[in-house]
Design a protein around this ligand. Structure first.
Ligand code: FMN
Length: 332
């Protein structure tokens, strides 16, 4: 009921349909018709300002003069509609229809010019190929205008990385970085963006290396401390009683108590503005045995990695598994 109301509400649709129709009576029996449905975005709803052809319709009707004529006007015809490319879903169901029909008509004697007709039709719908059949209809909800929040660094969630470095004296340092993520599969790379003002920035430039340790939820206070104190003035490992471990592969320390660590060699440096993006090639990933699944992959439930919500400035835990990735295999 609700969906029906929405379908018929022009404001709930993004497009207006303009049919162009051509009808030709070939002779007394036979007529053919051809319609082209065009559409355009009416601009009352957001969305791309698209316009074009949505459907083509062909039809023809043959009227018998003799058969049953003394009793009924009788005609046979068909209509067919073909979706043009991928029309907007608010205009068509995306399927091609072939609809043969029969019409039995009877002129009623009681009123002048009064006729009654009975029509029987069969809709033979052809579905488009599987890969463009689309997902089942969704409840698109009422149209609401999104509020602009401005040009800000808001994506949800961002990671909570703890970047490990050595300073010039060889003092280990750890800083929290949420502006980062995996950026290449082969060679495996991760990027972190640091302000030049951080102590860690100079350490990475000098040592051409860093580690990333993933703090588990139980170490949220230490992760926050690593992101609010500077190694320029304090020994953050000593203050948090966490243990720096020298990487055997790169010139940087990682956090022993954090269950998953990446050892990275600096391969690219991009000056972006306030932040410098450091891209590190991941030379090894090390994990505590107890956070691994039987198949050898890290188990997110056991890792309990922190995630960060910018804007609200909150740390969150990761929720439950809701589906397997790549399960749709490119098919709706
Ligand atoms: C949750 C969180 C995320 C942060 N992300 C970043 C970041 O991505 N880049 C950055 O330059 N600073 C970031 N910071 C701030 C630095 O961690 C902070 O300036 C820290 O004191 C730098 O340490 P350092 O001077 O010892 O290198 C973040 C802080 C917090 C609390």
């Amino acid at each position: 009921m609700e969906a029906g109301t929405r379908r018929s509400d022009p404001i709930a649709k993004s497009h207006l349909r303009i049919p162009l129709e051509f009808r030709w009576g070939v002779n007394g029996h036979f007529d053919i018709n051809c319609d082209v449905d065009t559409y355009f975005h009416h601009g009352l709803r957001s969305g791309p300002g698209t316009k074009g052809l949505s459907e083509l319709h062909f039809g023809s009707k043959y009227t018998w003069n003799k058969w049953l004529r003394p009793v009924w006007d009788t005609a046979f015809g068909f209509n067919s509609s073909i979706s043009a490319r991928r029309p907007p879903p608010d205009l068509t169901d995306g399927h091609n229809h072939f609809t043969p029909y029969m019409v039995f008509g009877r002129r009623l004697d009681r009123g002048p010019g009064l006729s009654s007709y009975l029509q029987a039709s069969v809709d033979l719908t052809s579905r488009p190929p599987e890969d463009c059949a689309g997902f089942p209809p969704v409840d698109n909800g009422p149209f609401t205008m999104k509020k602009s929040l401005g040009a800000k660094t808001l994506v949800y969630p961002t990671p909570v990385f703890v970047v490990g470095t050595y300073d010039q004296q060889g003092k280990p340092n750890a800083m929290t970085a949420s502006w980062g993520g995996i950026c290449c599969s082969q060679p495996p790379c991760v990027a972190v963006s640091l302000r030049k003002a951080t102590y860690s920035h100079g350490n990475i430039v000098a040592r051409k290396a860093f580690t990333i340790s993933l703090p588990p939820a139980r170490h949220v206070a230490a992760a926050d401390y690593f992101g609010t104190a500077s190694g320029r003035s304090v020994d953050k490992f000593a203050a948090t009683r966490l243990t720096p471990v020298r990487s055997e592969l790169v010139d940087a320390p990682y956090v022993q108590e954090f269950p998953l660590v990446l050892e990275c060699r600096l391969v690219h440096t991009f000056e972006l503005g306030l932040h410098t993006q450091f891209v590190g090639e991941i030379l090894d990933v090390k994990a505590d045995e107890e956070v691994l699944r039987p198949d050898g992959h890290p188990d997110v439930k056991k890792l309990q990695p922190l995630v960060f919500a910018p804007g609200a400035q909150e740390y969150h835990e990761i929720g439950k598994v809701i589906d397997r990735a790549f399960a749709t295999r490119g098919k709706p």
